[in-house]
Design a protein around this ligand. Sequence first.
Ligand code: NAP
Length: 332
Amino acid sequence: MEYTKIAGLDKKVTRVALGTWAIGGWMWGGTDEAESIRTIHAALDKGVNIIDTAPVYGFGRSEEIVGKAVAQYGQRDKLALATKTGLEWNTEANQVRRNSSAKRIRKEIDDSLKRLQTDYIDIYQVHWPDPLVPFEEVGETLTELKQEGKILAIGVSNYTPQQMDAFTARAELAVCQPPYNIFERGIETDILPYCRKKGIATLTYGALCRGLLSGRMSRDRKFEGDDLRNVDPKFKQPRFDQYLDAVSRLQAFAKDNYGKGILPFAVRFVLGKGASVALWGGRRPGDMDPVSDIFGWKLGDSDMAEIDKILKETISDSVGPEFMAPPAREKS
Ligand code: NAP
């Protein structure tokens, strides 16, 4: 296992974290509570000590399940719980919107503490930038929560460096959570170097590109109900075949050169490029089993060059993760 330090936390965190969006069910075709709790316990048994969730994942469901799982497991003080704030929802209208107002954040923190059955949150992240609230003000609200002892470390997610600049005028930023995986590389040119320079830990999400890089994806895979991969442009033909071709070539490369599967290879890529922690989403007890295959080896510069070459030769119509961005509120 590899560990890293996050400013504000007195424990070192593992460089892989369990993501629990799918455990909330919403946009993943539903959830099974008992199976989810077993998944969280299996990750903790493997030594993973950081769990990422959010109020919006299943509109409270993911946080509730994480809270139950941690209460049953014990050892709360050995774990880092990361959750988020700044999205509001209307389930009847099936609508999620950004809202980083102090009023919304203050309501959310108390709801999250209750659902997570805890009196502090280790890492509290603004989920998406809200253009209607100055970033300095949002920073100030989170600084107040830290002073009140409700949170230990302040984070933002999906923020640009400019937005982080404004936010840090009134907050000590410890964590940034952007998307990052072999296929979604946008942060290499701005966010990764910015965070490295400022000493902000990167807790990157989507290491498996929503399962594409898991080794379990195939062209005839069917996605149940509201599973977001039904609308994900990467999973639409003819583009889907291009990504699957890239996966087969990467899979062969990982096996021939390192004797590893595509999943540990994809996570090793994220860590090798400098992410502090790679978040990887699971919902079945075996999902975190490959953790042990991720440590004790590294990718070199020539491997990184080969990965780029494979992508160039297989994907002519690449697309990013932008489809996931929730809308802003309308100005009143
Ligand atoms: P991901 O980690 O790229 O992919 C997760 C999916 O991969 C799983 O749901 C599962 O899909 C499959 N998988 C996982 N382990 C596997 C294994 N061992 N073998 C085969 N398949 C496996 O995607 P993600 O869940 O979207 O992202 C990870 C986490 O990042 C989220 O849970 C969330 O905590 C966070 N996140 C944050 C944001 C943000 O805006 N801040 C956005 C997205 C995600 P199936 O169960 O369908 O097979």
